[in-house]
Design a protein around this ligand. Structure first.
Ligand code: PMP
Length: 360
């Protein structure tokens, strides 16, 4: 099959520039005579790869010096446990916006007091609940959110109030899709496999003074953020090839795209094209409150599950793949992360028009 447009929610499409550079360097990276996969993580060649990736992320996201950048494994899912294990002393306030906070809630409950400050469950997670400081439990240490819900296609456009508390956010599906003010957060985490590279690397951006308020007696060094801080993310063998691929993706974002302001413009353009088409269509609809819509995960349905199935199958024949919605939502979902070119969204809209003419 020739190259397709891949709308997968993650692992997701990657920039061709990145894949090509990785291919060029596969057998001999940086004149080392070997592949990055073969390098010792203690070698100067790999230390440079890790250092460059951190420097690029700091520049791109404008990460202040009082924040650590860490590379972990275990995906966003391990963060659901590590966050409360390290930082829930007096309780956590969590805003429930669907699957990815439900899982965090389940893990947090095992480890300490957990207060659901708000939830959009009653409306099938089609909006982001707006809270005030009064919705928070006065005793908790932090407020926890999933900034972009990959499944429901919702996105915080403003952060919730959290006076006197830390703010911890899961940016797994929106990291580096737009500029953010890192100083508004105390901790950010994200799996790389949607916007920054392959699965297997989790990026953690942690305000240094968080470590002063950590729980004691964390059961394993591998579950303690301090271990990663003290060992430059190399207490054990880090996911070396994944970190290299993240570095290449950051290079693409910085040198080819021109930074996160430019990336945001492209992402808004793609999302607006698709939402505008869906909103005027007689066949398709997107259930999300317009103010809370994601720029990168766009679910839509025809209202007829059999027709949805047909759509997914016919789209696949046209090289528009992995567009089936998450099993808990049904219908379709177009994940149009950083690496999805504008042409991919145009091709999708062209196909949607044809399909609508045929079946509406
Ligand atoms: N958070 C969000 C927002 C996600 O979309 C996902 C995975 N799709 C996760 C967390 C879980 O990540 P992982 O599979 O890397 O554990």
């Amino acid at each position: 099959m020739s190259k397709v447009y891949n709308f997968s929610a993650g692992p997701a499409c990657m920039p061709e520039w990145v894949l090509q550079k990785a291919a060029d360097e596969m057998l001999n990276a940086n004149q080392s005579g070997m592949s990055v996969m073969e390098m010792s993580h203690r070698s100067s060649d790999f230390e440079k790869i890790l250092g460059d990736a951190k420097d690029r992320l700091r520049r791109l996201m404008n990460i202040p010096e009082d924040y650590e950048i860490l590379f972990l494994q275990g995906g966003g899912s391990l963060q659901f446990s590590m966050v409360p294990m390290n930082f829930n002393k007096n309780g956590a306030d969590i805003i429930n916006t669907g699957q990815w906070t439900k899982k965090a809630i389940a893990e947090t409950k095992k480890l300490g007091k957990t207060h659901i400050a708000a939830s959009s469950a009653d409306d099938n997670f089609t909006f982001i609940p707006k809270i005030t400081q009064d919705d928070l439990d006065p005793d908790t240490d932090y407020v926890y959110i999933c900034e972009n819900n990959t499944i429901y296609g919702t996105k915080y456009k403003n952060l919730p109030p959290h006076e006197g508390k830390r703010l911890i956010a899961d940016l797994s599906s929106c990291i580096c899709t737009e500029p953010i003010n890192v100083a508004d957060y105390d901790m950010i985490f994200a799996g790389a496999q949607k916007n920054l590279g392959p699965a297997g690397v989790t990026i953690v951006i942690l305000k240094k003074d968080m470590l002063e308020q950590q729980n004691e007696n964390i059961p394993s060094a591998m579950l303690d953020y301090k271990t990663y801080v003290d060992n430059n993310s190399m207490y054990n063998t880090p996911p070396t090839y994944g970190i290299y691929m993240v570095g290449l993706t950051l290079e693409w974002l910085e040198d080819v795209i021109g930074g996160l302001e430019e990336m945001e413009k492209i992402n808004h353009k793609k999302a607006n094209m698709l939402y505008d088409y869906i909103d005027q269509s007689k066949l398709y609809s997107n259930p999300v409150n317009p103010q809370d819509r994601s720029y990168v995960n766009i679910p839509f349905v025809t209202g007829n599950p059999d027709l949805d199935k047909k759509f997914v199958a016919e789209a696949k024949e046209r090289g528009l793949v992995n567009i089936k919605g998450h099993r808990t939502v049904g219908g379709m979902r177009a994940s149009i992360y950083n690496a999805m070119p504008v042409e991919g969204v145009e091709a999708l809209i062209d196909f949607m028009k044809e399909f609508e003419e045929k079946y509406a």
